[in-house]
Design a protein around this ligand. Structure first.
Ligand code: ZN
Length: 404
């Protein structure tokens, strides 16, 4: 890559954290550049049409590359721009707050709805731990929260492989296992901004993006906990409210999912219960429920069901056979992959990290809706799908209060 005139993108904070230094290095090297700094606004910047639009309007077509200086939103927007103008993107990371650095998708908001846009991976990612360790503490916690998801993601991936026959790769799973363990073993050292702990989280987050690119799906890095976060975010957006950092919400979603999995391990699944729930299933009632959960986007969710066939009784019956025949194996997967919920909770508390939905101002009704809605927004086999397959959705929705 021999970029001669990069378009450098920062906001006021990331300019101070790393942009200034990047610019002086470019000057020293005699490389011409164009700088774009997002102005501060009273509201948190969102990765939406407005943010990409201001970038596009400022873009200088004489530039032959893009350098994103920042983390979440700046990366997402620069990926979209780089993809549209077909130029290589490099990233100067400023915070280990999310795992999107190396991923080939951008998490965007289009028309007030969260969407994933498939773009290209960056050509280079620079993570200077001396810069990363000085990121706001909330962002360090967010990175740790996004890493907590990986325990669940790998466990659900294995279960899905067993129940639905979905592709699974042990090598990629191993890559994630060693990363997530390293991060959580050093979690207490994040509080003091220990460079080794910050490096572990940074490396884990970048590797997660690489793992998702290897697998070509989000499986290695995201499971039910991410759906709690996505749905809470959708609900906040619909009310015109700001949401919390992605990784912070994912951390809380992970704790809820761990609670649900703990409860699931106590269950003795029965054919009768599962079949009774399936025969009582009413498409009309379900559509009504979807309208209550998804509001404006409910018609799209309901229409999707025609192709994903998530409510199809025949498919349910096939999955149920697999689940009932392999329940000890599913229990073994949970035993092997999941950390002890109590241990994770005490580490989060020691770090002053939000660990319950109430810490984020999210009430039980929203969490209930997110749990029920998670099964339907994409055709992905999650813990909530497994619970639905067993006819236990209502029972588990009532158990969500344990996370409060
Ligand atoms: Zn994530």
């Amino acid at each position: 890559m021999s970029v001669k005139r990069p378009f450098v993108v920062c906001d006021r904070n990331t300019y101070k954290a790393a942009g200034e230094k990047a610019i002086s290095l470019l000057k020293e090297a005699g490389i011409d550049y164009r700088l774009f700094v997002y102005e501060s606004t009273p509201r948190k910047m969102e990765p939406d049409e407005m943010a990409v639009g201001s970038l596009t309007m400022a873009f200088d077509t004489a530039c032959d590359g893009i350098i994103a200086v920042g983390s979440g939103v700046i990366n997402d927007c620069c990926k979209v721009l780089a993809n549209k103008v077909k130029l290589p993107l490099s990233v100067v990371a400023t915070a280990p707050s999310m795992d999107g650095y190396a991923s080939s998708s951008s998490s965007m908001i289009r028309n007030h709805i969260k969407v994933s846009l498939y773009v290209e991976c960056p050509h280079a990612i620079l993570c200077d731990i001396d810069i990363m360790k000085d990121a706001p503490m909330e962002m360090l916690m967010a990175g740790l929260g996004d890493m907590l998801a990986k325990y669940i993601a790998i466990c659900e991936w294995r279960i899905s492989n067993l129940v639905t026959g979905e592709y699974y790769c042990e090598n990629i799973a191993n890559l994630m296992r060693s990363s997530v363990n390293k991060c959580w073993n050093m979690a207490d050292r994040l509080m003091t901004r220990d460079p080794a702990a910050v490096a572990a989280v940074t490396e884990g987050l970048v590797l997660s993006g690489i793992a998702m690119s290897f697998a070509n799906i989000s499986r290695p890095a995201s499971g039910l906990e991410h759906y709690f976060s996505h749905l809470w975010e959708m609900m906040a957006l619909a009310r015109g409210e700001e949401c919390h950092l992605h990784g912070i919400q994912v951390g809380v979603g992970s704790v809820i999912t761990l609670h649900l999995m703990d409860e699931l391990r106590k269950v003795l699944p029965g054919r009768e219960q599962a079949e009774k729930a399936m025969s009582a299933f009413s498409q009309e009632v379900w559509e009504e429920e979807m309208r209550a959960i998804f509001g404006a986007i409910a018609p799209a969710v309901i229409a999707d069901e025609k192709t994903t066939l998530i409510n199809d009784p025949l498919r349910h019956a096939q999955r149920l056979e697999k689940i009932l025949a392999n329940w000890p194996e599913i229990l073994r997967m949970m035993e092997e992959e999941l950390p002890a919920t109590g241990e994770i909770l005490s580490k989060m508390k020691a770090l002053n990290m939000p660990h319950a939905p109430i810490d984020l101002g999210i009430d039980l009704d929203e969490t209930r809706k997110a749990f029920i809605g998670s099964r339907v927004i994409r055709d992905k086999y999650l813990t909530s799908t497994l619970i639905w397959d067993l006819g236990l959705t209502q029972q588990f929705a009532d158990l969500l209060k344990v996370a409060y």
